[in-house]
Design a protein around this ligand. Structure first.
Ligand code: ATP
Length: 338
């Protein structure tokens, strides 16, 4: 549904993106994942014909978006980084207005608006002014607005940015439903690794160019990363360290301030249950188990140019972010914050 090839965009002396190439299949949720300034918005804006590239090609739903932007735009719904809805119109009026703007025929507009109000759980708010909506509801309205002309492709630029955790989760759930239930192809940009892991079928790690593409779990496997796991124990002992080391997939284990710190190779979702079962069988009293996401580790590895990711689409490299483990959220110069 989306084919992007060799995109280059320069702003004066700044090369925002260089050789960006990827494709998104029908019905897929595809994430562009990268720190601030990585070129996510630039790539999105080129795909939806807001700005032209200096080189490269974009084909959306079979239409050359650079040659025929008007026709390509009919296939695209776009939620910009700073979405606009009209504050002085009601929720319903906003959707009706944009339906007219997109040329949705009169007879189709009303049922489409009603359907969107229902799908986005905005029916009760339909007659409320947009200015009275919470940020989370306004974002839902903005996504509904992007779908008002029923495009097969939806582009979402950081759709959960600035939302509280509950609203962010609602928007994520809606994004997945839009793809699964409505069959839309979704390209979303995010710097939130948790979000990418939860929502995306595949992700492209971008930093001016595409560094790696794959399913979140695949990326971790290809990077051969070692995922650190911290097991807090009420009864830490060297015996439990030996038990941990005997578990397949555990490459190292040691005690650190009453915690057993193990490094895992392979899929942590299969190794962690094995590890905890072995420890409990050996008499361990486990207080908690913490681990970072495998996508987070893969991301760090890829942007740092660490262990090679065997990727179908690898280029670039460069200095990566500093790291604190924990909730995966990047900001500033690509710092992953706890
Ligand atoms: P963010 O997560 O902060 O939105 P991003 O990944 O979307 O970042 P872009 O906004 O595409 O990144 O920016 C890529 C690079 O291009 C950055 O270095 C940015 O400063 C630069 N840039 C973007 N837009 C312009 C512009 N209009 N004029 C000059 N430089 C720009």
């Amino acid at each position: 549904m989306i084919e992007v090839s060799g995109l280059v965009k320069r702003y004066g002396s700044v090369t925002a993106i260089e050789g960006v190439t990827f494709s998104v299949g029908s019905g897929e949720v595809f994430g562009l994942l990268g720190p601030n300034g990585a070129g996510k918005t630039t790539t999105m804006r080129i795909i939806c014909c807001v700005i032209p590239p200096d080189a490269g090609s974009v084909v959306v739903a079979g239409v050359d978006a650079l040659r025929d932007p008007s026709r390509a735009k009919q296939s695209i719904g776009y939620l910009p980084e700073v979405p606009s809805v009209y504050s002085r119109l009601t929720v319903r009026e906003n959707l009706e207005f944009f339906a007219r703007l997109y040329g949705v025929p009169g007879g189709e507009a009303e049922p489409r608006v009603s359907r969107l109000l229902r799908f986005f759980s905005l029916e009760e708010r339909a007659d409320q002014l947009a200015s009275r909506l919470s940020k989370g509801l306004r974002q839902r309205l903005a996504i509904a607005r992007a779908l008002v002309h029923d495009p097969p492709v939806l582009l979402l630029d950081e759709p959960t940015s600035g939302l509280d955790p509950i609203s962010a989760r609602e928007v994520r759930d809606l994004v997945v439903r839009v793809a699964r239930e409505e069959g839309k192809t979704v390209l979303l940009s995010t710097h939130n690794l948790f979000e990418a892991e939860q929502v995306c079928d595949r992700v492209a790690i971008i930093r001016r160019t595409i560094l790696a593409v794959g399913r979140p779990r695949e990326l971790a496997e290809r990077a051969s990363i070692r995922v650190p796991v911290r097991v807090a124990l009420a009864n830490p002992s060297e015996g439990l360290v030996r038990v941990a080391l005997s578990v397949q997939g555990v490459t190292s284990a040691k005690l650190e301030s009453g915690e057993l710190v193990a490094e895992l190779e392979g899929d942590p979702d299969s190794v962690v249950p094995e590890l905890s079962a072995a420890l409990v069988a050996a008499g361990a009293k486990i207080l908690s188990i913490r681990r970072t996401s495998s996508l987070e580790e893969a991301f760090i590895s890829v942007v740092r140019g660490g262990p090679r990711v065997r990727s179908r689409s690898v280029g670039g490299g460069g200095r990566g972010p500093d790291v604190n483990t924990g909730t995966a959220e990047m900001s500033g110069e690509g710092v992953v914050r706890a």
